[in-house]
Design a protein. Structure first.
Length: 577
């Protein structure tokens, strides 16, 4: 591979010239205690770090940045750490999805306005992975994604407990009266034992594993637990490798094409991954000019069954998955579905990376002949359309109660979560297991930001009767750690006048997963009358980032990116005067 000359690096525009401006750049770098020899004549490597004390998933990334620096220094680069918004899933309200595009913009601008030749992206919590890569894809300089890694296994009274999945499960048991308040408090400090992302196949591990399969991480990096010593070594290896990538000019545009994204879809479906990936992957693909649709995902879901026996679809946790061989062992078992000739950031093809992968536990990582969920029983992603969702809605049938996959029931409709939560636990509420719960105004514009409100609560009186699943419909999202018969991402959303805005309590809703349809049994004439009477009810923001978001965000089936960021227009280099 041809090696670039030093004069071709972006950073030389800042440092190499014999003029007053370059003098100031060199002067101010030395002001921070750097010797001229430590940064002159070296590629400058940005470390975009989403560390924050409000993001437990990223609590260790300050240390990992130091490991990255070791690798960069080792290979003759000059590392610089740049902080970015953390989008820590649990603490940020109303949703980190509101700030995914914010981080994507920040990453792109940090890389553009500084003398950065290549970058290591430190993230992992749900929205940080797509956000960092969206920004880096648009900037198109050499980058490696360094995933934060999953937290250690949790256990409570001899029972494996996964973050998020078991929080929801035990919350329902508390509301049903099956565990005590003391049990609940005890559980609180035992489920999450270390820094790192959720130890289930939530959105975090879904996205990092997909990106691994796409070739944007060091091979197998997504499976390494956050506190494993191997994780620090992997971070150092990212620092070492990115220096070579700069000299090779190995940019995302030279790695990614439609086949790369299809490889990501294989990992997505095999994991039983989060429905949230459907939004993120479309947005990421558009940043590199690749056409990817919900139908592409549904097609792959019909070919690749769930083989990772990990919560919420299976029985184990991410640490078990790692010790069983991780994502590479899983991909090797599914190699017939993969485009093995696709390049990756380590300079080898995907096929070369997984050729020697071994599976050490066939119960945790199964094959297509023994899937966790056979395709006949459920898929990672179903795409539904009908008069309720003309542009599509999604669900994970592999995590649903099979008896609801063909269902007709009366709707009970809510315009906001506060009213819903207050109403559903009314013991006199006229509701049964057959009722379809609908929450609207939770979409990209309506909330705004499309929060994870879609795993709608089961009424307390039904929980006490043993009910643990119902058909639920929402134009928002659902946590990747959750489960149930939840129809999500209804597009177009209610807040922009989508059909969900026209549903009324008592209307019959018909779900037929086999036919890929979701409809309301209301005549076209009645719908036309309701449409003429409809008025928006969602709040409209006049200032703050929320105002920008509402004015420029696309709908769920289009990726929820901003209209002025989508596409592959050349990124202008900043003038240096």
């Amino acid at each position: 591979m041809t090696k670039r000359e030093l004069s071709e690096l972006r950073s030389q525009r800042w440092f190499a010239a014999d003029d007053m401006r370059a003098f100031a750049h060199r002067q101010r770098t030395q002001q921070m205690g750097m010797r001229r020899e430590e940064f002159m004549g070296r590629p400058v490597i940005g470390i975009i770090n989403t560390w924050s004390e409000m993001s437990p998933c990223h609590a260790h990334l300050r240390d990992r940045a130091e490991a990255v620096k070791r690798g960069v220094w080792q290979m003759g680069g000059y590392p610089v750490e740049l902080p970015a918004i953390s989008v820590g899933e649990v603490m940020v309200k109303p949703t980190t999805m509101l700030y995914r595009n914010f981080l994507a913009m920040e990453c792109e601008e940090l890389l553009r306005c500084h003398p950065i030749d290549g970058a290591v992206l430190l993230g992992g919590c749900d929205k940080s992975t797509p956000a960092l890569l969206m920004g880096a894809f648009s900037m198109d300089i050499p980058v490696i994604f360094c995933p934060a890694g999953p937290m250690s296994n949790g256990q409570w009274r001899g029972i494996k407990t996964g973050a998020g999945t078991h929080t929801k499960k035990y919350w329902d048991e508390l509301r049903a009266g099956n565990i005590t308040r003391e049990d609940w408090v005890d559980l609180e400090s035992r489920m999450t034992r270390s820094p790192g992302t959720c130890n289930t196949i939530g959105t975090a591990s879904t996205m990092t594993s997909i990106v691994d399969a796409m070739g944007m991480t060091l091979s197998g990096a997504s499976s390494i637990p956050a506190v494993d010593s191997g994780h620090s070594r992997m971070a150092s290896a990212c620092g070492a490798r990115i220096v070579d990538m700069v000299w090779e000019d190995l940019k995302p545009s030279k790695i990614l094409d439609r086949d790369s994204f299809l490889n990501g879809l294989v990992a997505y479906m095999a994991l039983g991954g989060s429905t949230n990936a459907a939004v993120h992957l479309i947005a990421m693909a558009k940043r590199v000019g690749v056409s990817l649709t919900l139908d592409d995902m549904a097609e792959m879901a019909g070919k690749v069954p769930v083989v990772a026996n990990v919560f919420p679809s299976g029985e184990y946790l991410m640490e078990d998955f790692y010790f069983a061989g991780g994502v590479n062992a899983m991909l090797k078992k599914l190699s017939r579905h993969l485009k093995l000739d696709r390049p990756t950031v380590n300079g080898r093809t995907l096929g070369e990376n997984i050729a020697d992968a071994d599976c050490w536990n066939d119960e945790v990582i199964r094959g297509e002949d023994n899937p966790v969920v056979p395709l006949a029983r459920g898929k990672t992603l179903e795409v539904l359309r009908g008069n309720l969702a003309p542009n599509g809605a999604v669900m994970k049938s592999s995590a649903a109660n099979p008896k609801f996959l063909k269902h007709v029931g009366p709707a009970i409709v809510f315009d906001d979560p506060r009213t819903m939560n207050r109403t559903l636990d009314d013991p006199d509420l006229d509701i049964t297991e057959d009722t379809v719960i609908v929450l609207r105004n939770a979409g990209p514009v309506g909330a705004p930001g499309m929060p994870e409100w879609g795993n709608l609560p089961i009424p307390k009186k039904l929980l006490k009767q043993g009910v643990r699943d119902m058909v639920r419909i929402c134009d928002g999202r659902m946590s990747g750690t959750h489960y149930g018969t939840c129809i999500l991402h209804v597009s177009p959303e209610a807040a922009v006048g989508g059909p969900l805005a026209l549903v009324r309590t008592g209307d019959l809703i018909e779900l037929d997963v086999a036919a890929a349809t979701i409809n309301m049994r209301v005549s076209e004439e009645e719908l036309a009358r309701r449409r003429a009477e409809w008025k928006p009810t969602a709040p409209i923001y006049e200032r703050s980032f929320a105002a920008l978001y509402q004015r420029h965000v696309s709908q769920a089936h289009e990726g929820c990116d901003f209209d002025f960021l989508t596409g592959t227009q050349p990124v202008p280099e900043p003038p240096i005067y």
